[in-house]
Write a new protein. Structure first.
Length: 87
């Protein structure tokens, strides 16, 4: 299971989760080239260690364990995965 960033992150991109992630699996970071071109941050499902740090740090409550993602935001599991498949 991985963690997923959902709709509340859109157009917010608060980097609190990036700062606390112990494995740097949340992208893009402000110093990555596509940071300005995306509307939200994403968690790499292959790198995520399920530590829960992002959930506690997120000021807009956009980070969820995949099995706790609200029904209306289920599509964000695939949206997060697709972000990492394109590179």
């Amino acid at each position: 299971m991985a963690y997923v960033i959902a709709e509340p992150c859109i157009d917010t991109k608060d980097n609190s989760c990036v700062e606390v992630c112990p494995v740097d699996c949340i992208h893009p970071t402000p110093d990555e080239p596509d940071y300005e071109n995306v509307k939200q941050l994403f968690i790499d499902p292959d790198e995520c260690i399920d530590c829960d740090a992002c959930v506690e740090a997120c000021p807009v409550d956009a980070c969820f364990a995949e099995d706790q993602l609200p029904e209306e935001w289920q599509r964000y599991t695939e949206i997060n995965a697709q972000y990492f498949q394109r590179s």
